[in-house]
Design a protein around this ligand. Structure first.
Ligand SMILES: C[S@@+](CC[C@H](N)C(=O)[O-])C[C@H]1O[C@@H](n2cnc3c(N)ncnc32)[C@H](O)[C@@H]1O
Length: 171
């Protein structure tokens, strides 16, 4: 199920989207969150999305002509950023399914994300409430706490299927 409008609104709120100059979205799928990111950004802000699944990538390109999307693994984020000539990313907004990733991929992705963010950059992502007790979801939260200066968890967004929480992580 694509994220609801409410979840998309929460994940793009209180992260300084208007003042951001460089923004990346990971795992946009069909673009439920992308729409809110694009609406919230000022003209001139650099943006691209990274989507691994080829079908999602094709759907996204059709829905958002002119918006840059790269059909690669977010685990290669730093080299993608170098290739794209973007530096010191202000915001990384993620729709990646963290609880379904094993420890090595979680670690690698978080290393790529923290290594790409500007000194006071923000990383934001969501987690489904039903999966919060899973060992992989708990390990993910511990890794966030270890790698970011602050990690804020929002109240549950009930108006999403399934209900979710958003993590806002400041470097
Ligand atoms: C739960 S869906 C979220 C889609 C959309 N952001 C939303 O909220 O509706 C996760 C997306 O992440 C993509 N994805 C999973 N692993 C990825 C990876 N390693 N790199 C880039 N995209 C990935 C999937 O193909 C899928 O489109």
């Amino acid at each position: 199920m694509p994220s609801s409008g409410k979840l998309a609104k929460v994940i793009t709120s209180e992260i300084g989207l208007k003042s951001a100059r460089r923004v990346i979205e990971l795992g946009p799928g069909t673009g439920a969150i992308t729409r809110h990111i694009l609406e919230g950004m000022e003209p001139g802000t650099e943006f691209f999305a990274v989507e691994l699944n080829e079908k999602m990538y094709e759907t996204f390109k059709h829905k958002f002509p002119g918006v840059k999307i790269i059909n690669e693994n977010a685990a290669s984020l730093r080299s993608i950023i170098v290739r794209e000539g973007m530096q010191d990313v202000d915001l990384i907004i993620s729709g990646l399914p963290w609880a379904s990733f094993g420890a090595p991929l979680q670690r690698r992705l978080l290393l790529e994300i923290t290594g790409s963010l500007a000194p006071r950059g923000i990383f934001t992502t969501f987690a489904y409430v039903q999966g919060l007790a899973l060992p992989s979801a708990r390990a993910f939260k511990r890794r966030l706490d270890k790698r970011f200066a602050t990690v804020q968890r929002t109240p549950i967004i009930w108006n999403n299927i399934p209900p979710a929480v958003v993590y806002r992580c400041r470097k």
